[in-house]
Design a protein around this ligand. Structure first.
Ligand code: PLP
Length: 445
């Protein structure tokens, strides 16, 4: 029966899809009218659809396939672990070798303050864990009034109640009773929107200053943590000025507030360092991760916990009443171990930092001459093109034109996956990408 199903026509797949599958972040009615594109296989940085078209995946799936598609060592790790021990949990004083090995390896590749990890199943669950963990940390220190978590507008931290509340997407808050209490937002460090007329370094400090203003408004004794993505991803690859994160760090230190780096996109080499905080210049107390930890081959997420926090949780926190069935899932952990070892073996962090990242930056910059492009910037292997009506004045296109969506559709029809966020066209290709493949992508763009 499976073999027969595999031979269905594209139309048959689309009909079954529309009849039964509610897609995430999708207007189901509009999709049913059009039909999904059915993706059937992948290799390296390319996908193929059910009609046999080849597509260059400049988004690494959903920012996650860091090592590229079809890596045998990850498949072998999963197969071996599925045969040996497909599942056991870590709740009742048990652990499995892959989960322990992964915890050890994550401590090795993370900045030195991180020696402990809490596992979850996704980035959203990682960020939910952060909300409870930072409040539990302060309560354990005798400061239960430290409840408030400060985040940023246009941030994306997931789709669970806490994740979406931490996130600053207004259209998400408009549905389902969000945000939950105790979460507040400051503007994002987006120069085009908030900084024009200022030089970027000055703007970086001004934008970080919004955090201090918010801390003072809330009352420093009530603030538990600040959370941010080193480079906002889903918000449109908003690369902050170099002055931003060091100033955020200074402010968090000044008020003793925990700094949380959401590394779900920026982690595992994306920015040319193991973690985005290292590229952007902060020293977080907690880091959430997912996606690139397994290169998306299997779901896994979690929180890296610094010794500052771990010491309190372990010595004063008692039982942390929190966890997931799949916290430390052995198959996911085995794949993550194979994935991290492959990143090390292929020297992908160095490849992004010293070779393909600078080359992409150089090539992307040539698009600044294009009559529709107001800015073209990259950080490691993520980048954004700002589409404008007039590059000299950065005059935007009318919103109803949906210029990003038009371009995205055009790319997709021509064998390239780029993503549109408003008037920003963004990329985050697999880290295995070569210079020749950058050229190929640039030609398609
Ligand atoms: N945090 C960031 C920065 C993300 O980009 C995402 C997903 O795109 C998440 C958290 C949520 O991760 P997940 O979709 O695995 O729950």
């Amino acid at each position: 029966a499976l073999a027969q199903k595999a031979q269905r026509s594209t139309r048959e797949w689309q009909q079954a899809d529309a009849a039964h599958f509610l897609h995430p972040f999708t207007d189901s009615k509009a999709l049913a009218a059009k039909g999904s594109r059915i993706i059937t296989k992948a290799e390296n940085i390319y996908l193929w659809d059910s009609e046999g078209h080849k597509i260059l995946d400049a988004m690494s799936g959903l920012w996650c396939v860091n090592v590229g598609y079809g890596q045998p060592s990850l498949v072998e790790a999963a197969t071996r672990q599925l045969q040996q021990l497909p599942f056991y949990n870590a709740f009742f004083q048990t652990a499995t070798p892959p989960a322990i090995e992964l915890a050890e390896l994550l401590a090795e590749v993370s900045p030195p303050q991180f020696q402990h990890v809490f596992f979850a199943g996704s980035g959203s669950e990682g960020n939910d864990t952060v909300v409870r963990m930072v409040r539990h940390y302060w309560a354990s220190l005798g400061q239960p009034e430290r409840q408030v978590i400060i985040s940023r507008e246009n941030a994306y931290h997931g789709s669970t109640m806490a994740g979406a509340s931490l996130g600053g997407m207004r259209y998400m808050h408009a549905q389902g009773g969000l945000p939950i209490p105790g979460i507040t937002h400051i503007p994002q460090p987006y120069w085009v929107e908030h900084g024009q007329g200022m030089d970027k370094d000055t703007f970086g400090k001004v934008a970080a200053g919004w955090l201090e203003a918010k801390i003072l408004e809330v009352g420093p004794e009530k603030v538990a943590a600040f959370i941010g993505e080193p480079v906002q991803g889903a918000g449109g690859v908003i690369i902050p000025p170099a002055t931003y994160w060091p100033e955020i760090q200074r402010i968090c230190d000044k008020y003793g507030i925990l700094l949380v780096s959401d590394e779900v996109i920026c982690g595992f080499g994306r920015t040319g360092a193991w973690f985005g905080c290292e590229t952007q210049g902060s020293r977080p107390d907690l880091m959430t991760f997912a996606k690139g930890v397994t290169s998306g081959y299997i779901p896994l997420g979690g929180v890296m916990v610094s010794e500052r926090v771990a010491k309190v949780l372990i010595e004063q926190g008692g039982e942390f009443e929190h966890g997931f069935t799949y916290s430390g899932h052995p198959v996911a952990a085995a794949v993550a171990v194979a994935n991290i070892r492959l990143i090390q073996k292929l020297r992908l962090v160095e490849h992004v930092r010293d070779d393909v990242g600078p080359y992409l930056a150089q090539q992307f910059a040539t698009l600044k001459d294009h009559p529709l492009v107001g800015d073209a910037e990259t950080c490691g292997l993520m980048g954004a093109l700002l589409l404008v009506k007039d590059p000299a004045t950065l005059t935007p296109f009318p919103a109803e034109l949906e210029i990003g969506m038009v371009c995205r559709g055009h790319c997709f029809g021509n064998g390239l996956i780029m993503r549109a966020v408003g008037n920003r066209m963004i990329i985050a290709p697999p880290l295995v990408m070569t210079r020749a493949q950058v050229d190929e992508m640039m030609a398609l763009i």
